[in-house]
Design a protein around this ligand. Structure first.
Ligand code: NAD
Length: 273
């Protein structure tokens, strides 16, 4: 089954499910991304700091898939914030990926103490105006960071990619995104595996004859979010994409909602520099 697309606030269509490559070493990334593309993924989420943009680029080049059929996201790292640095970092990423245009470029973290995300955003607005990237967005932005950005910018972020899974549902940020027409993209959608043994998830999975990972991905998708699960295991890469043939009932979504427990796996955005 084909992955449905979500229409971003500028009309660009983004696959609702993509492949994340955080913590995949560059030399393993090419085969992992090749496996994902073979399985049917068309959206890839990388970042300069992951050190594997070149590996992603090799897999894209080798795949023979038309560029228009792919959706490639990368991110500006914290130390590259600021107008000039961000422009240079964008060029570096594009060169490593071997691409002429990016689909989505994100500010990786707000790093409020640096005080540079507004300047960085102006660089992304410039790149967007120049047609070098089809959509621009942010990552790990709390409502206060969004408010500040929106108060002084022309382009509303298309996406806010944040940590989101049953153990950390980030409701205030999701609500802020919705108010502003920003699509919520869930990183660590599986909580890096930490919620897959929960009794309620296991029960719902058994009822549908699917796996716990598939249940958690469905829980995200049915709430209209974009997800980017990561795996380097071919069977899991395929499994995580095979989530469009069943549907969770309202009461099944509700029992998963109850798993919220501030199970943050990454740093808090207000404190990370
Ligand atoms: P994830 O929630 O996708 O979990 C991945 C891990 O879950 C795997 O390493 C494996 O241990 C397990 N897993 C995956 N599929 C499974 C399956 N079918 N069955 C059982 N176990 C399975 O975690 P992640 O990699 O942290 O997040 C996904 C992507 O989000 C990253 O690769 C990256 O692209 C993005 N990300 C972004 C940020 C950010 O700051 N913007 C931070 C972290 C991750």
């Amino acid at each position: 089954t084909a992955v449905p697309a979500i229409t971003l606030n500028n009309g660009v269509r983004m696959p609702q499910l993509g492949f994340g490559v955080y913590q995949v070493p560059d030399d393993e990334t090419t085969s992992a991304v090749a496996t994902a593309l073979d399985a049917g993924y068309r959206s890839i989420d990388t970042a300069a700091i992951y050190g594997n943009e070149a590996g992603v680029g090799r897999a894209i080049a080798d795949s023979g898939i038309a560029r228009d059929d792919l959706f490639i996201t990368t991110k500006i790292w914290n130390s590259d914030q600021g107008y000039d640095r961000a422009l240079r970092a964008f060029d570096d990423s594009l060169a490593k990926l071997g691409l002429e245009q990016l689909d989505l470029s994100l500010i990786h973290w707000p790093t409020p103490e640096r005080g540079l995300y507004l300047d960085t955003w102006r660089a992304l607005e410039r790149l967007y105006a120049d047609g070098r990237v089809r959509a621009i967005g942010v990552s790990n932005f709390e409502p206060e960071h969004l408010d500040r950005l929106l108060a002084s910018s022309t382009v509303v972020p298309a996406v806010n990619q944040v940590e989101l899974h049953p153990a950390l549902q980030n409701r205030a940020t999701v609500a802020a995104n919705e108010r502003h027409g920003i699509v919520t993209e869930a990183w660590s959608p599986l909580a890096q595996g930490a919620v897959l043994g929960e009794a309620s998830v296991v029960d719902v999975a058994a009822r549908h004859g699917v796996t716990p990972a598939q249940v958690v991905l469905r829980w995200h998708l049915q709430q209209g979010r974009v997800v980017i699960p990561k795996s380097v295991t071919p069977s899991r890469i395929a499994e995580n994409l095979d989530v469009f043939g069943f549907e969770l009932a309202a009461d099944e979504l509700a029992v998963i909602d109850m798993l919220e427990r501030d199970g943050r796996t990454g740093p808090h955005p207000a404190e990370f520099h």
